[in-house]
Ligand binder design. Structure first.
Ligand code: MN
Length: 231
């Protein structure tokens, strides 16, 4: 049985503010080369799925987070992602001011039961069984937006993930199909965003499987890193 240890607060390092964890929104297929590797069609607007709070575990930047290999899969994939912590409530957020709604940035892994996702997709069924399981959304601590590298109004952050010391994913968030600002503006047309909501912004190419005993390290330079062991 998987131990559920959802944090009571999402720790926000630079201001020491703790946000009560709320919803976890995830954007699918948001980097072109990942869309190609998965054989997915392009899109005119972002698409979303959600994970429950029980999926959430948070690292402290020092110790290693233990993730139990989940049941009912033989293909547990990592997906490294920039994670946005929403800092204030808002609906119909204008894209040009959307970064004002960002309370903090962190790095996370969207763990996926890929074999189940493939079957669900073939049957045109929802993705929960492949995405919404316990401990499927480990995140780092979060930092404020200042000292972050902006290009115009969009974020340009290097992002990478290694397994057992070997780099598997390496990209830059400027390669997102839909920017953080576009995602916040679009999502806020459908939901009233709340402080403590998390936004997983999609993974770049290079996703692949992990096995018990593997150590994963997710990094966005300038942000606290996330270290996970598969149990
Ligand atoms: Mn993902």
């Amino acid at each position: 049985m998987v131990k559920v240890k959802t944090p009571e607060k999402l720790f926000h390092i630079s201001s020491s503010v703790g946000y009560r964890p709320s919803r976890i929104f995830c954007v699918g297929a948001n980097y072109r080369k990942h869309v190609e590797e998965m054989g997915l069609p392009g899109r005119e607007s972002p698409f979303y799925f959600m994970k429950p709070r029980e999926a959430l575990i948070q690292g402290d930047g020092l110790s290693t987070l233990a993730v139990d290999y989940p049941p009912q899969t033989k293909e547990l994939d990592y997906e490294v992602e920039l994670v946005v912590l929403i800092g204030q409530a808002g609906s119909t957020v204008p894209e040009e001011n959307a970064l004002d709604w960002v309370g903090g940035l962190g790095v996370g892994i969207d763990f996926t039961r890929r074999d189940l996702q493939r079957k669900l997709r073939e049957k045109n069924q929802p993705w929960e069984l492949s995405k919404a399981f316990e401990q499927s959304a480990p995140v780092s601590s979060f930092v404020d937006l200042h000292n972050i590298n902006f290009e115009g109004s969009s974020l340009a952050l290097d992002i990478n993930l290694s397994v057992n010391g070997k780099i598997k994913q390496r990209a830059n968030t400027r390669d997102m199909i839909f920017s953080v600002s576009e995602i916040i503006a679009d999502l806020s047309l459908y939901f009233t965003l709340l402080p403590g909501d998390l936004l997983f912004t999609g993974t770049p190419e290079g996703v692949g499987p992990v096995f018990p005993g593997d150590i994963l390290e997710a990094n966005i330079p300038g942000l606290p890193s996330l270290r996970v062991s598969i149990e």
